[in-house]
Design a protein around this ligand. Structure first.
Ligand code: UGA
Length: 442
C-alpha cells in the first residue's frame, strides 16, 4: 500500500521504516529541509539500534523516500499517518498545535478527485483529538472530499523501537467506519499480531491509559523499595515474588531512580489534565508523579548522608541518557541527578556510551566533565553513581574500577550491578530497596 508519514521524529521515522520493511511503499514527510536531506544521505538524526541499516536498505529498494512536499505525499498515498510532536504545556495539558497545523495542511492538499483518504493519528493525544482533526478537515478541505480519521497509537520503546514495531503485542486501531478499519487491517496484515478493533475515542484513551499504568507500576515498586530499605528487605526479591503472579507480571517492576524520557512524564501529566477537564480526575496519577520525584530525592539524600557534604567531592556518574540503548536525554533522571550534584558543588564526571553529545547540550552551563571512556570517568572519584541501565555498566571490571577510584563507594541507582561482585572488588555497595553491602574489615 502507499503510505505517507508526516513527521520524522522517533515514532514517524521508525514506523515509516518498518512499514517499508514489511513491503509497503512509504513517503516520510518533514518540514525540516536539512533533516530530509540528511536522511536521504543515510545520516541518522537519532541513535536507535538497527534503524540506520534498515533505512538505507529500504531507500535503495525504492520502498522508502523522504520529502518536504506534504501535498504531493497526500496525493500519492491513500493513508496518511500523522506523527508530529505533542509536547506538554506549562500546566501539563497537551500542545496540539502541530497536530492542528498538519491537519490543516492536509485538508488544503485534498481534492475531491483524489478518492478516499484515511488520516491516522499516531501521535499520543488526549481523547477526542480525532474528532477535532475531522472538524479541521471539514472546515478547510474543499467540499466533496472523502475521508475518515483513525487513531492508531504506537507502543514502541526507544532503544528497542525496531524490534517493538516488528513484533508488537497488539495493534490498536480506533475507527468509527468499517471501511477505514478494513483498510487499516490490510496495512498491518504483514505484522501477524492481534488487532484490537475499537472506536476512535477508546483507541486514544488506550495509549494514555497504557503509559500511565506502566508509570504507575514503576512508582509502585519504587514506593515498595522505600519500605524495603526501612525493613531490611530486598525489593528485587519482592518484585520477583509478586511478578510471578501472571496477573501482575514482572515487567516494569524494576526499582530505580524513577521514570524519565519523552513519554511517561508527559503522558502522565497529559492524562491527569484530560481527566480533570472531563470531570473525572485521576488523583492516583498525582501520587505516581509524587513518588517518582521523591525517588531521586531519597537517593540523593543517601549519597549526601554517606559523604556528609557534597561540595568538592569527586563524583563519577555512569549514564546520561534516560534509559539504555538510546542517546535521548529528554527528561532524563540521570541528567537531573547530575545537575543536582553540580548545584551542591560536587565535581562531576559523566560517561554514557551514546549520549555524550546530547548530554553535553542538556548539561551546558553545568560544571561537569563528560568523558569518552567509562574507566577514565571514575579516575580519582570518591563515589560512583550508576544512573542508566546500560548493559556495559553491569558487565564492568569492578576490580579495575576500584583501583582507579579514590574511595570504594558505589551507588547503583538502577540495581544492575551484581552486589556480591562489587563487594568482592572491595566496594561498599549501595542500591535501591536493598541492604547496603559493606566489606568486613580484616
Ligand atoms: C514508553 C512505553 O514503554 C512505550 O510502550 C510507548 O510507546 C512509549 O513510552 C511512547 O509513548 O512513545 P519509552 O519511554 O521509550 O517507552 O521507554 P521505557 O522502556 O518505557 O522506559 C521509560 C522510563 O521508565 C525509563 O526512564 C526507564 O528507565 C524507566 N523504567 C522502566 C523504570 O524505572 N523501571 C522499569 O521497570 C521500566
Amino acid at each position: 500500500m502507499n503510505l505517507a508519514i508526516i513527521g520524522t521524529g522517533y515514532v514517524g521515522l521508525t514506523t515509516g521504516t518498518c512499514f517499508a520493511e514489511v513491503g509497503h511503499k512509504v513517503i516520510c514527510v518533514d518540514n525540516n529541509e536539512a533533516k530530509v536531506q540528511s536522511l536521504r544521505e543515510g545520516k541518522m538524526p537519532i541513535y536507535e539500534p538497527d534503524l540506520e541499516e534498515m533505512i538505507v536498505s529500504n531507500v535503495s529498494a525504492g520502498r522508502l523516500e523522504f520529502t518536504t512536499d506534504l501535498a504531493a505525499a497526500v496525493r500519492e498515498c491513500e493513508i496518511v499517518f500523522i506523527a508530529v510532536p505533542t509536547p506538554p504545556h506549562e500546566d501539563g495539558s497537551v500542545d496540539l498545535s502541530y497536530i492542528e497545523g498538519v491537519s490543516r495542511e492536509i485538508a488544503e492538499s485534498l481534492t475531491p478527485d483524489m478518492g478516499y483518504r484515511i488520516l491516522v493519528d499516531k501521535s499520543t493525544v488526549p481523547v477526542s483529538t480525532g474528532s477535532k482533526v475531522h472538524q479541521v478537515i471539514d472546515r478547510y478541505a474543499p467540499a466533496g472530499v472523502d475521508i475518515d480519521v483513525v487513531s492508531n497509537p504506537e507502543f514502541l520503546r526507544e532503544g528497542s523501537a525496531v524490534y517493538d514495531l516488528l513484533n508488537p503485542d497488539r495493534i490498536v486501531i480506533g475507527a468509527d467506519s468499517q471501511r477505514a478499519m478494513d483498510m487499516m487491517k490490510r496495512v498491518y496484515q504483514p505484522f501477524n499480531a492481534p488487532i484490537v478493533e475499537v472506536d476512535l475515542a477508546s483507541a486514544e484513551l488506550i495509549k494514555h491509559a497504557a503509559n500511565s499504568f506502566l508509570a504507575l507500576k514503576i512508582s509502585y515498586i519504587n514506593a515498595v523499595s522505600a519500605v524495603c530499605e526501612k525493613a531490611g528487605a530486598d525489593v528485587e526479591l519482592v518484585a520477583m515474588g509478586i511478578g510471578m503472579d501472571k496477573r501482575i507480571s514482572r515487567h516494569f517492576l524494576n526499582a530505580g531512580l524513577g521514570y524519565g524520557g519523552s513519554c511517561f512524564p508527559k503522558d502522565v501529566k497529559g492524562f491527569i489534565n484530560v481527566a480533570e477537564q472531563l470531570g473525572a480526575p485521576m488523583e492516583i496519577l498525582k501520587e505516581v508523579e509524587r513518588v517518582n520525584e521523591a525517588q531521586i530525592e531519597r537517593f540523593l539524600g543517601r549519597i549526601r548522608k554517606k559523604m556528609w557534604v557534597l561540595r568538592k567531592k569527586r563524583i563519577a556518574v555512569w549514564g546520561i541518557a534516560f534509559k539504555q540503548n538510546t542517546d535521548d536525554v529528554r527528561e532524563s533522571v540521570a541528567v537531573k541527578l547530575i545537575k543536582r550534584l553540580c548545584e551542591e558543588g560536587a565535581h562531576v564526571t559523566a560517561y554514557d556510551p551514546k549520549a555524550a553529545e546530547t548530554g553535553a547540550a542538556a548539561l551546558s552551563g553545568y560544571d561537569v566533565t563528560i568523558c569518552d571512556d567509562m574507566y577514565e570517568c571514575v579516575r580519582d572519584a570518591e563515589v560512583l553513581v550508576v544512573a542508566t541501565e546500560w548493559k556495559q555498566f553491569a558487565m564492568a571490571n569492578l576490580v579495575k574500577v576500584r583501583e582507579l577510584m579514590r574511595l570504594p563507594i558505589l551507588f547503583d541507582g538502577r540495581n544492575i550491578i551484581h552486589g556480591e561482585n562489587a563487594l568482592h572488588a572491595g566496594f561498599e555497595y549501595h542500591s535501591v530497596g536493598r541492604r547496603t553491602l559493606r566489606p568486613t574489615k580484616s
